[in-house]
Design a protein around this ligand. Structure first.
Ligand code: RM4
Ligand code: MN
Ligand code: MN
Length: 391
């Protein structure tokens, strides 16, 4: 790929940021308040607009309902538009109501299941008003003890619930089904892995796809291979980017495993080069909680890290890689990847930003704006206690 083609390709990568990443968050032990952290959806959108202003590639923001509950979604859409943003994925919250103690879409009580279904349908309606075409579904459902519930029955209830939701999806809207191997349930999780999500998606229909949260796998899992399988099945819906060392740590993407991120993009770009058109409509979303670091800067750094991995994957010499593979040249093939991975992506990213009229250093640009100090002065904090935003 020549430089111009790479610069064009960089501009095609949009990265969605999450409203909840701008709010105070923490562990089950403590939430540390960050001065100026956003509390309302409007504040979260204003912060997201800063990320878009300095990076140029983050025009959409995911919302989480009811953390971002609003009465007038048309007004939210207009406000986002004034900031140069749009609302992206709508995330139903199926874990924070008291009645979800033993599950939501898999609950043995039909009434609870029905209310959970209605909540997701409400999110579909919100998506329609704000002009979003993605519903991003993650379930906390599972059991803590063997025998607590009938695992096959739970699976059947899940499928029934998902079918009711799928029937309410308008044309063109996608249902992304996220999985996570454990937490908050510790014995069984109803959507524990990509295979289960894929089976559900295949049973539902073409508008259902799998969402890969990079923090949701057991130690040592080869995520790039999962991505390859989902691409090949035409069911890779999108990502929740974040990084981990132990469990679902929600750390800055690329901070611990930048090579893994590169390998993921290598699969996607390779699939796209092979003509798999669905590879070009994957939703790239960040799902992180910045507990001790400045939230807006951490989001900008995350975007830079994603772009860095992506640029390096664009640099892979694909004909040379294919040749080495066909020759059975194990080391040669690896060295093609290594050559791309070891290339410094920063000059290309600087050039991309300069051509967009942006500062080549987005963090420096954000710092120079004085925005963080301004919101720290202006926004009055509520007391925060524990758990996730909105808890
Ligand atoms: C979950 C999962 C979901 C996110 C919640 C807050 O672990 O990653 O995507 O919405 O956390
Ligand atoms: Mn997630
Ligand atoms: Mn997670």
């Amino acid at each position: 790929m020549n430089t111009d083609a790479i610069l064009t390709a960089i501009g095609q990568l949009s990265i969605e940021t999450p409203s909840w990443g701008y709010a105070d968050s923490g562990t089950r032990f403590k939430v540390f308040h960050w001065p100026g952290a956003a509390q309302t959806l409007r504040e979260k959108l204003a912060d997201a607009a800063q990320v878009h202003r300095v990076t140029g590639v983050c025009p959409s923001v995911a919302v989480h309902i009811p953390w971002d509950k609003e009465n007038d979604w048309q007004a939210v859409k207009e406000y986002a538009g004034q900031l140069g943003l749009r609302i992206g994925a709508v995330n139903p919250n199926l874990f924070q109501e008291d009645e979800y103690r033993l599950g939501s879409l898999c609950h043995f009580d039909k009434g609870v299941r029905q209310r959970a279904i209605e909540h997701v349908i409400e999110c579909i309606q919100i998506a329609q008003v704000v002009g979003s075409d993605v519903i991003s579904l993650w379930l906390a459902d599972g059991t803590n003890y063997p025998g607590q519930d009938d695992l096959r029955r739970r699976r059947q209830r899940l499928l029934d619930s998902l079918q009711a939701i799928y029937a309410a999806l308008p044309d063109g809207m996608r249902l992304l089904i996220e999985y996570k191997f454990f937490e908050p349930a510790f014995y069984s999780t109803d959507l524990p892995d990509w295979g289960t999500s894929l089976l559900m998606a295949q049973k539902l229909g073409a508008q259902a796809e799998v969402l890969v949260d990079t923090g949701h796998h057991p130690q040592g899992t080869n995520i790039a291979q999962i991505v390859a399988q989902l691409l090949d099945e035409g069911r890779l819906g999108g990502f929740h980017f974040n990084d981990r060392k132990y469990a679902d740590d929600d750390l800055i993407v690329g901070s611990l495993n930048p090579f893994e991120l590169f390998c993921i993009f290598n699969e996607i770009i390779g699939a796209s080069a092979d003509g798999l058109t669905k590879a070009d409509r994957v939703a790239y979303m960040i799902d992180q909680s910045h507990n001790i670091e400045p939230k807006i800067e951490a989001m900008i750094q995350s975007v830079i890290n994603v772009q860095t991995a992506y640029v390096k994957a664009l640099l892979v010499d694909r004909p040379a890689l294919r040749q080495a593979q066909d020759d059975g040249d194990v080391l040669g093939a690896y060295r093609v990847l290594q050559a791309a991975y070891e290339t410094d992506a920063r000059p290309l990213l600087s050039e991309f930003r300069t051509r967009q009229g942006l500062d080549p250093d987005p963090i420096a640009s954000f710092r120079a704006s004085g925005y963080a100090e301004q919101v720290a002065r202006e926004r009055v904090a509520d007391k925060v206690s524990g758990g996730y935003p909105g808890a």
